[in-house]
Design a protein around this ligand. Sequence first.
Ligand SMILES: *Cc1c(COP(=O)(O)O)cnc(C)c1O
Length: 377
Amino acid sequence: MEYQIYLSQPQQNGNEMAFVEKAFDTNFLTLFGENVKEFEQKLSNYLEMDTCLATASGTAALHLGLRKLGVGEGDYVFAQSFTFAASVNPILYLGAIPVFIDSEERTWNMSYEALEKAFGWAQKEGKMPKAVIVVDLYGQPAEYENIIPLCKKYNVPILEDAAEALGSTYHDHKCGTFGEIAAFSFNSNKIITTGGGGAVVSKDKEAIKKMRYWAMQAREPLPYYEHKEYGYQYRMSNILAGIGCAQVPSIDEYANRRREINRLYQNGLAECPLSFMPIPKGTNPNCWLTVVKLNNKEHVLPLIEELEKYSIEARMAWKPMHLQPVYKEYSFFKVDKKEVSKELFEHGLCLPSASVMTNEEQELVIDVIKKFFDKDC
Ligand SMILES: *Cc1c(COP(=O)(O)O)cnc(C)c1O
């Protein structure tokens, strides 16, 4: 489907081709080359980390991270239910068993109260997880001040899915620094892009080294092909890393533009029967997507259709994993009767939030929504 105004499109700053041409000039078109090294350096510097590993996708980054945290056949992994399937599919790649955790109203991310319940169950049943996948959904940091102590108490590491949260901060620390290991995505709809790619980050340099080895088919440093473990072809191409080298310096600018778009929606739609994803004290989300909760869930699809008439793309919020046919057999923990993630899915609407969207385009989106509610309510 083609639109005039997209949910989330890439933005270019004009420096991309110079790096890509360098890859061609040096004839390093695939895995090895200066762009990959430079991209990893620039991203590490931005995150104030020592090193990172550029990968072929965010999903690959999550897969490597989970395996590094020791997840294998038959192990349990706790995971946020309200997310994109890519957050949790690597659990199945490794033959492990997901246990889904509901969200909380405060952040829309993992509820530490539901997590605590799940830990209690796991302890009783002898099903302690090897890892907890916490997501910074729509760029909103999860409530780490509660989640981290809880995971420490049970001695279970966090894999932070920060795919959507590049540039977000939580109590002045950047997202991607809260988990033992964290993953980013540079797919074309994220804050910056490489046209497809990801990165895995960790303070543990040895962990990065190990994941780098797996990501290159677990080749031993020998003159012939020797493999003691199985690996993957998960490295980022040198051409795509060139796009990333150009994009990293624009992270804050692009995130700030999305924050501004969020503020304009908050002002423009203040009178409409909907509420915004909350922004808790001490957090500075990148506002990757502005997501609203419509008071009446029956309005979600008609409003999407109305926007479509104006060639504007809007989408429902992520459908929680515990409601997905492929994952329905797995356990799910919530605080009480209410399923917060289900409610967010049913009432949620993602609005066009690309940093390239113009003010005029956004005004059109706001107008169409306001008119929809005028005649409908
Ligand atoms: C985009 C995304 C991913 C996966 O990233 P890819 O680069 O597309 O593999 C994982 N988790 C979340 C929450 C995402 O939005």
